[in-house]
Write a protein that binds this ligand. Structure first.
Ligand code: SF4
Length: 404
């Protein structure tokens, strides 16, 4: 079975979001965000349900106007009736103070309020509008994420830092100044929230940018300067493999440094595409790095000229699909099954060796090899499968192993 990683987590102050603990040494939390119109209660409930079912432990929804704000308590009630208990975070920009004040039930239905220090208010209004949100969080016992974003930085702060930098004897480049503006913006806003009375164990920070190196630099500095729980995410990561690779690189490096308490993969889905991909990608990153276990890991070799038949690829795909389909039942019946490691290898070159490192592994015959597939259990050769039923026979062995 795969062991948990020994990489120490940074010492952040834990924040409770509903029943989910973020930071304070808790396992790294996977979260996601809907892309439905929140005012469309039915569609939003369906998508939240799908994200929660895929493993999202917090789901954020846009709350951008009166219709969306009025829909949130209805969404919460419908989720509760369906037994979907995932905590909801409300994403506020510009008018969060107004919506939280005007819509009864909104403040209670959300477990976390995300506010953007770049647009919570301007000049003299800023403190008052921000204060209303903080007061609502304190009154209802909710968490607040102060979420800075490269694309909506506090322009006043940025301009003053640019001017300060221009007067400096050793000026920084423009990106470094922008990073500093983001850091100061979220840290100053967090300090202000505490001055207003919000406890530190209610505050999370994020400082999202779209460049991998910028993100790593900002979060390393954020972790050095504070002990607030940190939400990691590369904003506008992009579509398909580009988004997954960029998010994995940035978030993976930070997690390896012990930085980050909750993660979100901000992937752009294909039109009509599967929103839950961002949850699966985040889970897979955490599992492959050894931080958490969500589902049995299937290790398969890439195949090469030694695997000209399709038996190997078909078995790898079948096992993966079968495990995913079986997990809802297995998780209840076989505690710890998510730590299982299965290997499916294409030939004798690396097959037996890799299979021995798994809990259970099979080495299929490559081109020109004897038509026999040795199966290894806990590092030892247990049985050799032959004939047209290898896939089914191997599944039976995996099932037997899980039962034991
Ligand atoms: Fe190719 Fe065999 Fe290596 Fe798989 S284990 S990649 S089939 S050489």
């Amino acid at each position: 079975m795969i062991r948990a990683s020994s990489v120490p987590r940074g010492q952040t102050v834990g924040v409770r979001v509903g029943a989910v603990m973020v930071g304070g040494g808790a396992p790294v939390v996977v979260q996601s965000m809907t892309n439905t119109d929140t005012a469309d209660v039915a569609a939003t409930v369906v998508q939240i349900g799908a994200l929660a079912h895929a493993g999202s432990e917090i789901v954020r929804i846009t709350v951008d106007g009166d219709e969306a704000a009025a829909a949130v308590p209805k969404i919460r009630a419908r989720l509760d009736r369906r037994g979907v208990m995932v905590p909801l975070a409300g994403d506020f920009h510009y008018n969060g103070h107004q919506l939280l004040s005007d819509h009864s039930g909104l403040a209670e239905a959300l477990e976390e309020y995300r506010i953007n220090p770049g647009n919570v208010g301007f000049k003299d209004k800023k403190d008052r509008q921000f204060g209303i949100i903080i007061e609502m969080a304190m009154r209802h016992g909710k968490a607040v994420r102060i979420g800075g974003n490269w694309g909506s930085l506090d322009q006043e702060l940025l301009t003053s830092l640019m001017e300060e930098n221009a007067r400096s004897k050793r000026p920084l480049d423009a990106r470094a100044v922008t990073r500093e503006a983001m850091l100061r913006s979220v840290l100053f806003t967090a300090t202000r929230a505490e001055e207003m009375g919000l406890a530190r164990d209610r505050i999370m920070l994020s400082a999202k940018v779209s460049g991998v190196q910028d993100l790593i630099a900002i979060y390393r500095e954020l972790a050095r300067r504070s002990d607030y729980a940190l939400h990691l995410g590369l904003t506008e990561a992009g579509m398909g493999s580009k988004g997954i690779v960029a998010s994995s690189a940035a978030i993976g490096i930070l997690l390896q440094d012990g930085i980050g308490d909750t993660i979100r993969f901000s992937l752009t889905p294909e039109p009509g595409g599967d929103r839950t991909l961002e949850v699966k990608a985040a889970q897979e990153l955490l599992q492959t790095m050894g931080f958490r276990n969500f589902a049995p890991l299937v290790a398969a070799c890439p195949g090469c000229g030694r695997t000209t038949s399709t038996v190997f690829q078909e078995l790898a795909r079948d096992i993966q699909t079968w495990i995913a389909a079986s997990m809802p039942v297995w998780r209840k019946t076989y505690p710890g099954v998510e730590r299982l490691k299965v290997a499916i290898m294409g030939c004798i070159v690396n097959g037996p060796g890799e299979s021995k490192h798994a809990d259970i592994g099979i080495s299929l015959p490559g081109t020109g090899e004897q038509p026999a597939a040795p199966v290894f259990v806990d590092g030892r050769r247990a049985v050799t499968l032959r004939g047209p039923m290898i896939a089914e026979d191997f599944k039976t062995l995996v099932q037997d192993y899980i039962r034991k």
